[in-house]
Design a protein around this ligand. Structure first.
Ligand SMILES: [Zn+2]
Ligand SMILES: [Zn+2]
Length: 297
């Protein structure tokens, strides 16, 4: 794969955000501690995380359910605060990831190593124009295109200006900006990045041994359920990632709960038969190739 030029905007922004997140801990410990700012940080973390998992991923990238316009706007605004690109471009990258998993075309190809899949891929420019043919459905959604056009404005307003403004209500605007803006952002980034790195390296493969995607409770725990990644790669349009009721998948519970009040609908589920057939197939393949199965747990 030809070496790509550094993306200095991304490198400097990511480095600065990490420094500010570390400073926010110093700020809390030594300068000013406000429970209101900490609570705001948790609320912003929950809102922007669910907007990436339930919105960018399970709604826009894989239309696995339908959502009311109010919910879509919520996802688009708080998803921008997650500073992971617009929903349109994120979805195009993600659809390529599914189509070309473990190849050079996969934007976060795990074959290039843990750190590449986790964060280094963002440090390089991708000279290719986003392939809109992979997201015709999204280009027809005027709100997705609106968010794509104003992504940077939204990211700054929802990710920084609003926390700063809210913090000024309780006399801690800088603390609110640091905690709900930067500390929240770093925690959220590394959680999302873990799906591309850890869950393509560590965990079990009960549904498919074709690719590197694995099921990992720990990644599910920090990503609102996205860690059941082996299941997800096999059955991408299922709105669930953890299929058992006890699987830790808050995104699934959120989408399901909202269906009860009409904010989501048409939740797609894979039939039990298809799931069992996939499991059986994996068992047969392992029995045929015991040496291979030792590496695939
Ligand atoms: Zn996916
Ligand atoms: Zn994946």
């Amino acid at each position: 794969m030809p070496e790509r030029a550094y993306n200095w905007t991304n490198i400097l922004f990511i480095a600065s955000a990490h420094i500010l997140a570390l400073f926010s801990i110093v700020y809390l410990a030594a300068i000013q501690f406000s429970w209101a700012s900490v609570a705001l940080g948790f609320i912003w973390l929950a809102a922007s995380s669910i907007s990436i998992t339930g919105g960018y991923h399970r709604l826009f990238s894989h239309p696995s359910y339908k959502a009311h316009l109010g919910l879509r706007l919520f996802y688009l605004c708080f998803g921008a605060a997650g500073a992971q690109n617009s929903a349109l471009k994120w979805s195009i990258d993600h659809r390529i990831h599914h189509k070309e998993t473990d190849t050079d075309n996969d934007p976060y190809n795990i074959e290039r190593g843990f750190w590449w899949a986790h964060i280094l891929w963002i440090f390089y420019k991708d000279e290719r124009e986003p392939d809109l043919s992979l997201a015709r459905d999204l280009t027809l959604d005027p709100w997705v295109m609106w968010q794509d056009k104003y992504y940077l404005h939204l990211a700054i307003v929802v990710g920084a200006v609003i926390p700063f403004g809210l913090g000024s209500l309780w006399g801690d605007p800088w603390g609110a900006l640091l905690i709900a803006g930067f500390l929240r952002l770093i925690l959220q980034w590394h959680a999302t990045f873990s799906v591309n790195s850890f869950t393509h390296l560590v965990g079990s493969r009960p549904f498919s041994i074709d690719g590197s995607a694995r099921d990992s409770f720990w990644t599910a725990f920090i990503t609102l359920g996205e860690g059941y990644h082996n299941f997800h790669h096999k059955f991408q349009v299922d709105y669930r990632n953890g299929i058992r009721w006890y699987h830790f998948d808050p995104t699934k519970w959120f989408v399901w709960s909202l269906s009860k009040i009409g904010l989501t609908s048409d939740l797609k589920r894979t039939t039990r038969e298809r799931i069992e057939r996939a499991r059986a197939q994996v068992r047969v393949l392992r029995a045929q190739a015991p040496a291979r199965s030792q590496n695939s747990s």
